[in-house]
Design a protein around this ligand. Sequence first.
Ligand code: NAD
Length: 252
Amino acid sequence: MKLANNHIFVTGGSKGIGKAIVRDCAEAGAKVSFVDIDVPAGESFAKEMQDSGFPVAFARADVADFAELTRAYDSLVAQFGEVTGVVNNAGVNSYADPVTMTDEEWDAFFAIDMKAIWLTAKLALPAMRAAHKGAIVIIGSIHGRLTFPDFFPYGAAKAAVIGLTRNLGVDEGKHNIRTNVVAPGYVLTPLTQGWLDSQPGRMERSLAIQPLGRMGQPQEIAKVVSFLLSDDASFVNGSDWAVDGGLSARSA
Ligand SMILES: NC(=O)c1ccc[n+]([C@@H]2O[C@H](COP(=O)([O-])OP(=O)(O)OC[C@H]3O[C@@H](n4cnc5c(N)ncnc54)[C@H](O)[C@@H]3O)[C@@H](O)[C@H]2O)c1
């Protein structure tokens, strides 16, 4: 029960990697709260966990909307006490063209994949500083270090969160608050499935380059996240952990 006596707050926990993180943290002994814009999926997952005896709570929030995020965060803190660990997982893909992408599309994308991580830190850091302890994990991507065609400007956002992690790791370290990135490779989630389904042959081409011959499962990301949230990772700070089956070790 490596996360006993923790309240872990997860963004985007209704589906995919975030859902696996909620489950794994609860199984590791934490109280877990999560926000998402997918309310039916969030409510039914929270109920499933509660019915199995886990202290899990859900509230609707768009991470790009600071007022809504703050209201949801405060209500979850009222339920489970101050947050001891944050997982910034909510994210969307972007397949824009640099010429036709509009200002509004740029801002909307960065509001979710980049700015929300700062907003969540803004909410969680005061209590973590007061407790002189805390852990923040950001779900980045292999796209933070390398990318594929037609993902503009996803690689920019995922590289930026590595920089944000260095800043937080260096500045908040004196408060014993650790910040780290987990950078998945291909993980089978609704997001990836949509991308794989968008072109015939994409699944076969994607599998052909995987050093382990397969894609990852959401729980394989969650296990690394719960480790980084726990005291077992007490000297890990400001780092970027690839969890990609070796994909980023490979040349073309
Ligand atoms: N799946 C992969 O292969 C992969 C690889 C690298 C990185 N990632 C990253 O992992 C994270 C999760 O991806 P996933 O594959 O599980 O995606 P997903 O689409 O399957 O799940 C994401 C969840 O976030 C929620 N969400 C989206 N926008 C939101 C918003 N504005 N506010 C609140 N919630 C919101 C969605 O409703 C959904 O429940 C993302 O940050 C993604 O960039 C995924």
